[in-house]
Design a protein around this ligand. Structure first.
Ligand code: HEC
Length: 204
């Protein structure tokens, strides 16, 4: 019964006329299509299909929230950041390069996962000089640490950025790797080293 409703709603969305100027999509229909697309997903992923408060506010404001809403989002997301017990924010940049290259994980054909998730950083960022295949959704991170003189405050900012990108940029397009349990704290430390360590090829 429920499936038929979803299929009917999906058909209605697909059949809706598309205006040449702006496509107006009813948010309810978008929700139905999303849920349908993930109907085969493992049960404990259900929460990921529902937008949380931050994404709801960002979607409603088309990623341009009011100053007051932006403050609320950043405070809420910052509170979700967990730091390493040993206080060390940098791990092994060689492992970090592995996580940055890897787009593995979060597939429901691979559950429980056979390999650790990747961060897929190159999909959006330029990083090392050697890797010429990268996306440009995010800014280039070439020499990111070197430009900042490897300052401690910037090491912390990069850790927080990777853990929860919305803590500093309310409606960021970058995934919240730590808060959404895509990457572990140790993986995030390796990625901080890739971006911020003087030995890393990102800074050569
Ligand atoms: C889906 C695209 C996407 C992915 C994947 C992504 N990022 Fe980003 N990233 C962005 C965007 C867009 C920005 C700029 C907006 C912002 O600061 O949130 C950004 C900003 C950053 C910044 C701050 C740049 C500055 O201007 O100071 C760092 C550092 C960063 N990303 C590191 C990473 C790392 C490391 C990974 C992999 C674990 C990663 N990003 C994965 C899109 C992405």
């Amino acid at each position: 019964m429920k499936k038929h409703f979803i299929l009917a709603a999906l058909a209605a969305v697909l059949a809706a006329p598309v205006s040449a100027q702006e496509t107006k999509i009813d948010p309810l229909h978008a929700d139905v299509v999303m849920k349908f697309a993930f109907s085969q997903a493992p049960k404990d992923w259900a929460g990921r299909v529902d937008q949380d408060e931050t994404l709801k506010v960002c979607s409603a404001a088309r990623n341009a929230p009011s100053a007051a809403d932006a403050e609320k989002i950043m405070a809420r997301e910052k509170a979700k950041i967990k730091y390493p017990d040993d206080g060390k924010l940098m791990g092994d940049w060689k492992q970090g390069e592995r996580w940055a290259q890897s787009g593995y994980g979060m597939r429901f054909t691979d559950y429980p996962p056979r390999n650790p998730n990747g961060g897929n950083c190159y999909a959006c960022h330029q990083m090392t000089q050697a890797e010429v295949s990268y996306g440009t959704v995010g800014p280039s991170l070439r020499e990111y640490g070197k430009i900042r003189k490897y300052a401690e405050a910037d090491v912390k900012a990069v850790y927080e950025k990777i853990y929860n990108a919305h803590a500093a940029f309310p409606c960021s397009l970058m995934p919240r790797f730590g808060s959404n349990a895509v990457l572990t704290i140790d993986q995030i430390k390796d990625l901080v080293a890739l971006v911020m360590s003087p030995e890393s090829p990102v800074n050569k």
